[in-house]
Write a protein that binds this ligand. Structure first.
Ligand code: IVH
Length: 704
């Protein structure tokens, strides 16, 4: 570097370059240099600034790392108040909002700017001549807390607005409003790290975002992967922004802010309703939590006309999703016994409305989770029910007054057999096997379920009743139900017709496939995919059974021949037989071997075959098939076939069908109303097929 001036100019160039790279990485999601190269440039700038502290500007990229702690936050007024939003919880209330808004324009239909409602914490940013000067929390809407050093550490938040060469598109003064959020994917990792360091985990991403933003030591904030989602502006001086809110958001994006990719301009009430439905579908698949949609009258003149009530605009409303979390009291705990004997602690709760339904039972998962969450009977707990998932007790909300510990029973609450907890495993199990009525009942439900033998008319409720009445004990009894025909017809709520139908579907279920049959057996660790891989690999049930017995012999031989050499033992076991099947490790192989070594299980299989259950032998996977190695994800509804049928055709050609989209997915098949999987495919650049595209691909492959 020749002289002081050129060093200074160089530092400015460095800062500009770093800003560009940082924006590409954090805002556009399209990195332009390697992390290492970025770090090198960053350190170079830091070194220059260390030698010339007077050159450090507040918008320098080095200012994102956090400043030394302060003792308290200073209160400051917002230039214009930060308003709140009216809420509504159903379509009628939304219609009422739309009707009132339309009254202002003689009943004409209105265009709305539709946005997700981010579930984070609000932030107000003040830029003067394009440079971030101050960041404040919302506070009471009039006055907030100055948390500028913390906000500077948020990587996708521009410290300076991007502007055209002339710079005349940056206002002299502007307030930008948005929500600070923490992505779900980052939240889990953050909590794991906090717990490892002996700190308390956050209950949800919102609390994590709010807590991280209000740190007196901004170096802590810098370490938290926060993001800023811009949704609006406050006071603006020295420039006229577009009147349309939708266009305003595009301007924010041009200045370098992240806006939601789901912002849309929609028409009228119908447009709002359709947008809400689409977002509700997407919700579970989004990495940033949202708790509803916001609809804002797009046109400036109409907004002015409508004005405000109290502290909320009449031109905007939040249509909230049903809350997914709430608190309630844990009254007691019962232990439920599953198909494989696993004991699941089930919380009995004071009933609460959450996720759109009233919940009074929720899973506590297992004893380790109870210990980790420090939950006791009598506590106030946080219950979560998201989408279709089973409600769970997520965390302790508040220690109750009169509490007692949750204890694992020593014997099975159903059959009284001993309960066993294997060292290092979180799950406790009833050792009763098929002696245990609960395990029998669950095994039967599994056997008849849609993805197993698929016996229509024999659902969970019927099975429970039949077991209670002594009509069913083992799966083979299902095929003897015809002998109890009269008793069945007599049953309450049953008639000739439904018994006819049931017996017919039992009869037709006898014709099945090897993979369905293996899956139906309910071998521990053998899910649908594993059952399919086993069927393909071995071709017949006999071959699988032979390998299962050979496996035990091989384990013994390995232990005998290489008592001190684990690697040699593993080589011997993985080379052939069970563990040669993709995805079968020693744990799964043990479960399979254990299952077939049990005489009771072999008897059940024999009885089923004797009752006439049969399948065609399977073409084994030695030769490559047209779709071998190709992975498909099916989403949305198809017209000419069900998703299951499409899956079966893909698999018959050697392809695999999985449920989640990743970079490894080869094709995403999107039917009608595809939801978030389609979005993810687009994001990851995975090939998309519509139904016609899938059909022609299948036909080509079948012709091969
Ligand atoms: S607009 C005049 N848009 O929801 C309208 N708010 O009560 C003022 N929020 O805590 C807010 N996403 O931080 C708006 N797309 C969005 C939003 C949003 C989340 C938050 C906001 C505030 C609350 C409004």
């Amino acid at each position: 570097m020749a002289g002081k001036d050129s060093t200074r100019a160089y530092a400015r160039r460095l800062a500009d370059e770093l800003r560009e790279h940082s924006r590409a990485y954090y805002v556009d999601d399209a990195p332009t240099i390697s992390d290492a190269a970025y770090d090198r440039l960053f350190r170079e700038l830091q070194d220059i600034e260390a030698a010339h502290p007077e050159w450090v500007t507040p918008d320098s990229p080095t200012q994102r790392v956090g400043a030394p702690p302060s003792d308290k936050f200073v209160s400051v007024d917002h230039a214009t108040p930060m308003l709140s939003l009216g809420n509504c919880f159903d379509d009628d209330e939304l219609a009422e909002f739309d009707r009132r808004a339309r009254d202002a324009v003689d009943g004409r239909a209105l265009a709305y700017c539709a946005e997700p409602k981010f579930d984070g914490t609000a932030l107000n940013l003040r830029y003067e001549n394009g440079v971030l000067q101050r960041a404040t929390t919302r506070g009471d809407g009039i006055t907030g807390e100055d948390i500028t050093p913390n906000a500077r550490t948020i990587r996708n938040l521009p410290l300076r607005l991007n502007s055209s060469d002339t710079g005349d598109d940056t206002p002299d003064f502007i307030e930008i409003r948005g929500e600070v959020v923490l992505a779900r994917s980052r939240f889990e990792a953050l909590n794991a790290r906090l717990e490892e360091q002996g700190h308390k985990a956050f209950v949800n991403p919102r609390n994590a975002a709010a807590g991280s933003l209000r740190q007196l030591d901004s170096r802590i904030t810098a370490d938290r992967p926060l993001a800023f989602m811009a949704y609006g502006v406050g006071r603006v001086d020295g420039q006229t922004l577009p009147g349309s809110l939708f266009e305003q958001l595009q301007q924010l994006s041009a200045w370098g802010f992240t806006i939601s990719e789901y912002v849309e301009r929609v028409d009228g009430l119908d447009g709002c309703k359709a947008y809400y439905e689409a977002m509700a579908e997407r919700r579970a698949g989004l990495d940033v939590e949202i708790d509803g949609c916001v609809f804002k009258v797009d046109d400036a003149a109409t907004r002015d006309e409508l004005g405000f009530v109290a502290r909320a605009p009449r031109w905007a409303i939040a249509r909230k999703f049903p809350a997914e979390e709430t608190t309630t009291t844990l009254n007691s705990v019962e232990f439920q016994v599953g198909r494989t004997g696993a004991l699941t602690p089930v919380a009995k709760l004071a009933p609460v409305f959450v996720g759109g339904v009233t919940v009074s039972n929720a899973t506590l998962h297992n004893m380790d989770e109870i210990t980790r969450k420090d939950i006791r009977i009598g506590d106030e707990v946080i219950v979560r029910r998201a989408g279709d998932v089973i409600p769970e007790v997520k965390a302790l909300a508040k220690r109750g007054k009169d509490t007692h510990a949750i204890e694992l029973p020593a014997s099975c609450p159903v059959c009284g057999s001993q309960v066993e907890r294997v060292e290092g495993e979180a799950v406790a199990r009833c050792t009763g096997g098929l002696v245990c009525a609960a395990q029998r009942r669950e095994a039967l439900k599994h056997f008849a379920s849609r993805r197993a033998l698929d016996i229509e008319g024999l659902g969970d409720r019927q099975i429970e009743a039949f077991v209670d009445e002594g009509l069913l004990e083992s799966p083979a009894d299902i095929f003897a139900l015809g002998q109890h025909r009269d008793a069945l017809v007599e049953r309450e709520g049953y008639g000739e017709k439904s018994v006819e139908n049931l017996l017919a579907s039992i009869e037709s279920s006898k014709q099945t496939t090897l993979e369905r049959f293996i899956f139906a057996l309910g071998i521990r660790e053998v899910g649908e995919t594993m059952a399919r891989d086993l069927a393909r690999h071995f071709g017949t049930l006999d071959a699988l059974q032979d390998e299962a017995s050979a496996y035990i012999a091989r384990v013994q031989r390995a232990a005998h021949e290489h008592p001190d050499n684990r690697a040699a033992r593993e080589r011997l076991l993985t080379a052939e037989g069970l563990q040669a099947v993709p995805g079968v490790g020693s744990r799964v192989a043990h479960c399979i071997a254990d299952f077939f070594s049990e005489q009771r299980n072999r008897d059940v299989i024999d009885a089923l075959v004797a009752a006439g259950v049969q399948w065609q032998s399977v073409r084994t996977t030695s030769g490559a098939q047209p779709l071998s190695g190709k992975t498909f994800v099916l989403t949305g509804s198809l017209e000419g076939m069900t998703r299951d049928e499409a899956g079966e055709r893909i698999e018959a050609l050697g392809g695999r069908v999985t449920s989640s989209v990743s970079k490894k997915t080869d094709y995403v098949v999107a039917g009608a109303s595809p939801g978030s999987k389609r979005d993810k495919a687009e994001k990851l650049g995975v090939a998309l097929l519509d139904e016609a595209g899938l059909l022609s691909l299948l036909e080509d492959a079948e012709a091969d």
